[in-house]
Write a protein that binds this ligand. Structure first.
Ligand code: SF4
Length: 229
């Protein structure tokens, strides 16, 4: 199969993003938050769990420690008790308190507004930082690549990267900057509805003509993850 030119990949990626935008539009985060600090904490808590589960624990969490100053003085064990219904709650409670302490000691009590500073916070990687920058501050410095975005990027032939972090670089190179904003939320919804982890429902996909997976059907040349055999 001939190697695809950068120009062609950019054109496909751009059109794919436009169609994702038409299909899924702009959607606010399903996480409940009111301040940048609450968003940092909510996104931290959302790893490996659902937004619904996070929203079930954050009212009590934020009522007790809704500001960096109060969370910085909390006992990790107390925070763990409040969020114990979430997966990895012990690590997450350490990150919550650690973030608050660093915000207080190094950032004057305010959630930082740059990628470099945000990713210094315990438990905050580029994915979390991208979401916080975008939703709390309207700053777009990258694309938050979660498992859905990563899978779709692979199936779309936009990356062969071995990690989501590397995949982000590939996506930034082929998607115009003005479209970065919508990728995370729109592709996640596409990944849940159509391009699912279990099977890519290509026959239902409005972007099948843009995708190298298009002629392949599950059970006939496609493995259970929707990848070409
Ligand atoms: S055509 Fe299939 S593999 Fe490609 S994005 Fe759509 S559902 Fe996913």
């Amino acid at each position: 199969m001939p190697r695809e030119s950068k120009k062609s990949k950019v054109a496909r990626a751009t059109e794919f993003c436009h169609r994702m935008g038409e299909l899924y539009g702009a959607e606010p985060s399903a996480l409940d938050w009111h301040t940048p600090f609450e968003l940092v904490i909510a996104v931290l808590l959302s790893a490996q769990t659902t937004d619904v589960a996070v929203n079930a624990v954050t009212p009590e969490l934020f009522a007790r420690w809704g500001e960096p100053a109060s969370m910085a003085t909390a006992e990790v064990a107390e925070v763990a008790e409040v969020i114990h219904r979430l997966g990895f709650y012990r690590t997450k409670s350490q990150h919550c308190v650690g973030c608050a302490r660093m915000i207080m000691t190094e950032f004057g009590g305010e959630v930082p507004r740059t990628m470099d500073e945000l990713t210094k916070l315990p438990g905050v990687g580029r994915k979390t930082a991208n979401i916080v920058l975008n939703k709390a501050f309207g700053v777009v410095e990258g694309i938050a690549v979660d498992t859905h975005v990563y899978r779709i990027a692979q199936r779309m032939g936009l990356t062969t990267a071995k990690t989501p972090l590397e995949a982000e670089k590939d996506l930034l190179a082929v998607i115009p900057r003005e479209l970065w904003d919508g990728v995370n939320s729109q592709w996640i919804r596409h990944g849940r509805a159509i391009c699912t982890a279990r099977v890519a429902k290509c026959a239902e996909c409005p972007c099948a003509d843009l995708c190298p997976q298009r002629p392949v059907r599950y059970g006939a040349g496609q493995d259970r993850k929707g990848h070409r055999k």
